[in-house]
Each structure stands twice: as structure tokens, then as C-alpha cells.
Design a protein around this ligand. Structure first.
Ligand code: OAD
Length: 230
């Protein structure tokens, strides 16, 4: 029995054609975080924020999972033990690949949230500021994504899983954003073996017991094969 917690970031979806945030030409080089990823930005210009997420939702809907997502889905099926994927990604590529234990700590593009009553429902492909909440009818519809200054989802579940993990693997994330950047320290504290799989060393690479660098479609299937042969 091996319990594994996998943290994923934008790098795992890069080879599916979805852009990362902080690489050269990434999303945060082209858009200001304050404008499109904060509650204040949304209050100032909801039209702009909906346009930003509508474009990302359309792009994500067309994307298909790559070999890294598929390998993790295979791991979930064949592992004797629990596997939880904690993803910072708002795309649904883990689910499209067949993974079922997926926690979207930064929310998802496929979700809509009412800013007035907290009701949640499936997002249409295109959302706009005049959309009404189906429950309370307020025109307060927003994407169900977590913005800077808001608390990520599932923190208690994640803490519990990290405390029981034998292995913690971080895939395709720069380690720039907290609290996710601190999961390696939590897992290590509880005795897990910690592994980074990334294109290049992340900000926190020295905090991992083991690092393997390369494209996710190569390093993730290779690691999964080893884990299943153990
Ligand atoms: P980043 O853009 O910060 O980091 C992406 C990481 O993936 C970098 O370390 C790249 O080297 C790596 N990478 C790029 N291509 C890769 C490939 N083909 N295979 C493997 N690794 C690759 O994205 P995140 O770490 O996910 O939050 O960003 C974390 C959070 O910051 C996001 O969830 C988002 C963002 O602001 C919110 O919007 C709240």
C-alpha cells in the first residue's frame, strides 16, 4: 500500500497546448494579475474578466489530455493505495484523461459561482456580467476560479492527504504561489518521499528529496511506470 499525493501545475498541460503563467510569453506577461485574477479587478471591470476566462474556457474545451495526464489516470486505476491529484489548474484535462480523485484547489473554468449567494453550477462556454444566478437571480455570476486574495479550495482535505502520504510528487509548477508551494514541506514533515518532476528546477527545487527534469510527457510516464513496477 502506497499513498500518493500529486500536485500539478500549468506545466503538465503545456504540451496539450495550454499556456503556462510565468514562462516567457506566459499569461502573466500578457495580462495584469490585478486586472484579471483578483476580486478587485472583477469589481472594476467584470466584462474584461469574463472575456479573459471565456477565451481560456474555449481553449481548454478544445484541448486533449497528453501522456502525462493519461499516465496519472492509469496510476490511479492500478495503484494499491490512495492517489489524490491536487491541481492548481483550472482546465479539466485530468478528468478527461480518466482520473477521478482530483481536487481543483484554484477552482475550474467549467464552473460558475454566484458572488451573491455562493450557488455553483456548470458554466456555459461564454459568460457575461448580465448573466443571472439560477438560484437567487442576482446578476453576480463569476467564474468559479480562485483569485489572488481568496482562499484556495479543499485545504483541510489536502492537509489530511499530505499527513498520510508516503510519496508527494510535484509536477509542472514553478513553486511561486502559496499555499501550494509549501505542500512539499508539509509532506516532508510527515515523512513522505518528495519528488519534483518539472521542465527545469522550480523555485523550491532544493526542498525536494529527488528531482527529475524534462517535459511532462516524458518524465511523468517514466515515473509512473517505476511506481507501478515497485
Ligand atoms: P507557472 O507558469 O508559474 O509554472 C509552470 C511550470 O511548468 C514552470 O516551472 C515551467 O518550467 C514548467 N513547465 C513548462 N512546460 C513544461 C512541460 N512541458 N513539462 C513540464 N514542466 C513544464 O504555473 P503554476 O506553477 O501552475 O493561480 O502557477 C501556479 C498558479 O499561479 C496558477 O494556478 C495560477 C497562477 O497565478 C491563480 O490564478 C490563482
Amino acid at each position: 500500500m502506497t499513498n500518493i499525493v500529486v500536485l500539478t501545475g500549468a506545466g503538465i498541460s503545456a504540451e496539450s497546448g495550454l499556456g503556462t503563467f510565468r514562462d516567457e510569453g506566459g499569461l502573466w506577461a500578457r495580462h495584469r494579475i490585478e486586472d484579471v485574477a483578483t476580486p478587485e479587478g472583477f469589481a472594476r471591470d467584470p466584462e474584461l474578466v469574463h472575456r479573459f476566462y471565456n477565451a481560456r474556457r474555449e481553449q481548454a474545451a478544445k484541448a486533449t489530455p497528453n501522456a502525462a495526464h493519461l499516465a496519472l489516470a492509469e496510476l490511479e486505476k492500478r495503484l494499491s493505495g490512495d492517489l489524490l491529484i491536487v491541481t492548481q489548474n483550472v482546465d479539466s484535462l485530468h478528468e478527461k484523461a480518466g482520473s477521478t480523485a482530483v481536487l481543483h484547489m484554484h477552482g475550474k473554468l467549467a464552473g460558475a459561482l454566484c458572488g451573491a449567494c455562493d450557488h455553483r453550477w456548470d458554466a456555459p462556454l461564454l459568460m457575461q456580467p448580465t448573466d443571472l444566478c439560477p438560484a437567487c437571480h442576482a446578476p453576480a455570476t463569476r467564474p468559479d476560479v480562485v483569485w489572488f486574495g481568496e482562499i484556495p479550495y479543499g485545504m483541510a482535505t489536502i492537509a489530511e492527504a499530505l499527513s498520510k502520504a508516503d510519496v508527494f510528487v510535484s509536477i509542472g509548477t514553478s513553486g511561486e504561489v502559496y499555499p501550494a508551494a509549501n505542500f512539499v514541506a508539509e509532506a516532508d514533515h510527515f515523512g513522505a518521499h518528495t519528488i519534483e518532476l518539472n521542465l527545469e528546477p522550480s523555485t523550491g527545487a532544493s526542498r525536494f528529496a529527488e528531482c527529475r527534469f524534462g517535459p511532462a510527457t516524458e518524465v511523468v510516464p517514466a515515473w509512473v511506470r517505476e511506481e507501478l513496477e515497485r
